[in-house]
Design a protein around this ligand. Structure first.
Ligand code: SF4
Ligand code: SF4
Length: 198
């Protein structure tokens, strides 16, 4: 054993070093926050709970059943049921298994009509796996919940413009960059309930 190690052992140097570090940390600014009483700012591009965007005028989902999201999803966690009528594709069910999702947002980027978003809601943990499997009805409800809390009249999909791809190669709908009018459907619903209560 070297002399320095012997001195360290006799005078408990390492213990004093540890105590000094603890004392220093007592007076430094904490890096953690008191969640849920304090909340961190959500930054643009946050990928939270999935939602199907409602058409602000019809109230139904905007999904046209093109299947691009299911094709691109690396986790294979999107399932779509659709029916073909004479001139239209009808999406009868749309399911996302959020417990398998890796939140890559490829589905959102691939959607040509901005029908799917990853909202800024993140408090949806559950003890039951089945509650993390969102069907169409639940996905539309997720949108309503998100929209009712959103402070602005429009929502601009952060992944609407896929990065790294020449904009001339985007579909026309993506180049036009239309924001989603978020309050319109809520206003229609409110007007309807006001009328029925009269
Ligand atoms: S975010 Fe990624 S993993 Fe999740 S559903 Fe979309 S494509 Fe699939
Ligand atoms: S890519 Fe968009 S429009 Fe196509 S099936 Fe998926 S959510 Fe629907």
């Amino acid at each position: 054993m070297k002399l320095r190690e012997i001195i360290n052992k006799i005078f408990l140097i390492e213990i004093f070093k540890g105590l000094f570090l603890t004392l220093r940390m007592l007076f430094s600014k904490p890096v953690t926050i008191q969640y849920p009483f304090q909340r961190r700012k959500i930054y643009p591009g946050f990928r939270g709970r999935h939602a199907l965007v409602r058409d602000p005028f019809t109230g139904d989902g905007k999904c046209i059943g093109c299947m691009r999201c299911t094709t691109v999803c690396p986790s294979r966690c999107i399932y779509i049921k659709r029916e073909k009528t004479e001139n239209k594709m009808i999406v009868t069910d749309y399911v996302i298994d959020a417990s398998r999702c890796i939140f890559c947002a490829y589905c959102v980027e691939a959607c040509p009509v901005c029908a799917l978003v990853l909202t800024e809601d993140f408090e949806y943990s559950d003890y039951m796996r089945k509650n993390l499997i969102f069907n169409k009805e639940q996905l539309l409800k997720n949108w309503d919940e998100f929209a009712s809390k959103w402070p602005h009249d429009v929502y601009f999909n952060k992944f609407w413009q896929p990065p790294g791809i020449d904009p001339s190669r985007w579909p026309k709908t993506k180049r036009e960059q239309k924001p989603i009018p978020i309050k319109r459907f809520i206003e229609i619903k409110k007007e309807e309930s006001d009328e029925s209560s009269r």
